[in-house]
Design a protein around this ligand. Structure first.
Ligand SMILES: Cc1cc2nc3c(=O)[nH]c(=O)nc-3n(C[C@H](O)[C@H](O)[C@H](O)COP(=O)(O)O)c2cc1C
Length: 192
């Protein structure tokens, strides 16, 4: 089983902490998990040239998205973690999502229906105000055909401390580590 995690933050922040926490948990369980930090990748924005991608079933841009899309096709499951910016993911994650539209154009929904996904979004506000962002990412996953098996909106601090692990350590997120482990264990990596 191969899990691919995509982190949509432009900084080394709370989203990255969550993604790396899940990676170490999966490693303990002997499950292959590659993490893609979009902040370290070159992913251009979709230019909307649907005439080209509808005809050729590929994107004209040959940047890091070529490799990322290959990895997505090979994965059995996904972890998507994104910050909440005004109820939406930030630009770098939106660019990634828009570029995935080639999967939709190429009718990959059937293939993607075998792939499970967990979505988490993190913001400074209460979780109920982050849900809009989380639901936007869930909508992206479902449009591509993925089976979303878990979603969670998480509250953290905007400003990072010296130790960027604040999101997992703060008192109002008591039990979050166990909750995430349970989500991954009982849904993402469960065989059925
Ligand atoms: C441009 C911008 C807009 C933001 N908008 C919101 C918002 O609407 N609601 C919210 O809860 N947090 C908002 N935040 C705070 C971030 O969601 C928060 O800092 C989060 O921890 C970022 O994730 P990261 O640490 O993984 O980068 C915003 C931050 C930035 C930079």
């Amino acid at each position: 089983m191969k899990i691919l995690s995509i982190c949509g933050s432009p900084r080394k922040g709370n989203s990255e902490t969550l993604v790396l926490f899940i990676q170490s948990f999966l490693k303990e369980k002997g499950i292959e998990n590659e993490v893609i930090l979009l902040r370290k990748r070159n992913v251009g924005h979709c230019k909307g040239c649907v005439e080209y991608c509808n005809k050729n079933l590929e994107c004209q841009q040959k940047d890091d998205m070529v490799e990322i899309m290959e990895k997505m096709e090979a994965a059995d499951g996904f972890v998507f973690v994104s910050p909440n910016y005004f109820g939406m993911p930030p630009g770098i994650f939106k660019n990634f999502m828009d570029r995935c539209s080639v999967f939709f154009t190429a009718n990959k929904q059937n293939e993607f229906s075998k792939k499970k996904a967990i979505v988490m979004c993190v913001g400074a506000d209460e979780p109920k105000y982050i849900d809009r962002c989380t639901n936007n990412v869930v909508h992206f996953c479902e449009t591509l055909g993925m089976k979303v098996v878990g979603k969670k909106s998480i509250r953290s601090k905007s400003e990072l401390q010296n130790d960027y692990n604040y999101v997992l350590e703060t008192p109002h997120n008591k039990g979050l580590k166990e909750e995430i482990e349970d989500l991954v264990n009982s849904h993402l990596t469960a065989l059925s």
